[in-house]
Design a protein around this ligand. Structure first.
Ligand SMILES: [Zn+2]
Ligand SMILES: [Zn+2]
Length: 379
């Protein structure tokens, strides 16, 4: 009799704990919102897209048609498919405008050092080599460029001979999902209410990738990418991470011209990355000014006299802006507009952290810009 009473008590306590947890989670999930700056006037020169998507052309769960529909609902200007293959011919030939979204297809190559995303190449007559260095030069010869995928996770990258890859992934969405699924069990029920909440909770700090990126930038300019690596959960995933490209003319309706515009912005590093589900980053700018000339992020600027770096973060919610020089934070501010006189050569880039209440951990940068490189005149 006494024992069954005890059992009942334990059961009731577990139930009470579970209820408390459910209330706590619902409370947090329901008050979660994605921060926005609705007053900003959209510019046709800034477009948003998602990089690194798998479809049923390789191991993705949805077809391109279904994904394009979701991309259109997520107001994306472009998506970049990177189905597995050396290259993936099917995916390549599916490119075009779909549901008002520019669909571009590179490929994610399996090479001797790991996974390498190749974009902007002409279709080769033979498969790209399995040897990393050979594949790199074949892609380049075909007019393409490369981005190192998930250097420290999944199939890790093995660093070898120095090669000027054009890009490196800073955040990889699929890594976060696979690595943190167990740790995220407490927030999994939120998938049913606000899936973006769960995805944000799964992200972890990209500081190891950022450190490596800074080291590589000491050797040659290389651009950083927030990469989705989506295989499933496309609807919330397409709202998780974004690339924001700064174009020189509005995106063309002509497919080939638009494709060139997007790849040109990526090749030149004229873009920044954001965690869109936490807050909409539209309108951020990082540029260098020498006299009359304003140079966007991604560029190399000669340092004949001090160069003024401008940061614009016109967001009505709390954030902290970090200016990073050769991997070290040299300045931080919560202003919306910042000018900084840079007198030393090196790599300058910007990280912005949300300081508002958010499921995004405080040590994860909400925005990561591409760098501006200041070089001394070699005379
Ligand atoms: Zn991969
Ligand atoms: Zn992938």
């Amino acid at each position: 009799m006494k024992q069954s009473h005890k059992k009942k008590k334990i059961l009731l306590s577990i139930l009470a704990l579970f209820l408390l947890y459910a209330i706590w989670l619902s409370f947090n999930v329901l008050r979660f919102k994605t921060y926005r700056a609705p007053a900003l006037k959209p510019s046709p020169l800034e477009i948003e897209g998602v990089f690194h998507i798998h479809t049923t052309f390789s191991d993705g769960r949805k077809s391109l048609d279904e994904i394009a529909k979701l991309a259109s609902q997520a107001d994306l200007d472009f998506i970049i498919l990177t189905d597995h293959g050396n290259p993936n011919y099917e995916s390549y030939s599916s490119q075009g405008w779909k549901e008002g979204v520019l669909v571009l297809a590179g490929s994610e190559l399996s090479v001797s050092r790991g996974h390498l995303a190749a974009l902007g190449f002409e279709l080769p007559s033979h498969s790209f080599s399995h040897n990393t260095e050979d594949a790199f030069y074949e892609i380049k010869a075909g007019g393409g460029f490369t981005i190192i995928s998930h250097p420290y996770s999944k199939t890790q990258w093995s660093w070898g001979k120095f090669i000027e890859y054009e890009g490196i992934e800073i955040i990889n969405g699929d890594t976060a999902l696979k690595k943190n699924i167990i740790a995220s069990i407490p927030s999994l029920p939120a998938l049913l209410m606000k899936p973006e909440y769960t995805l944000l909770k799964m992200l972890d700090s990209p500081h190891r990738n950022l450190r490596k990126w800074d080291q590589l930038n000491n050797l040659h300019p290389i651009y950083g990418y927030f990469s989705l690596d989506a295989h499933l959960l496309y609807r919330p995933a397409l709202n998780l991470l974004r690339l924001h490209l700064l174009l020189q003319t509005p995106l063309s309706d002509d497919f080939n011209t638009a494709k060139h515009q997007v790849y040109e912005a990526l090749r030149k590093g004229r873009f920044y990355n954001s965690i869109h589900a936490a807050a909409h980053a539209y309108g951020f700018r990082f540029s260098a000014e020498e006299g009359e000339k304003t140079t966007p992020m991604g560029s190399t600027v000669l340092l004949n006299s001090p160069v003024t770096l401008h940061i614009k973060a016109p967001f009505p919610f709390a954030k902290e802006i970090h200016l990073v020089h050769n991997g070290k934070k040299i300045f931080s501010s919560n202003e919306e507009s910042i000018s900084y006189e840079a007198a030393h050569p090196g790599t300058y880039r910007v990280e912005v952290y949300l300081t508002e209440r958010s499921p995004l951990a405080k040590n994860i940068p909400w925005i990561v810009s591409n760098p501006i490189f200041l070089r001394e005149d070699e005379k």
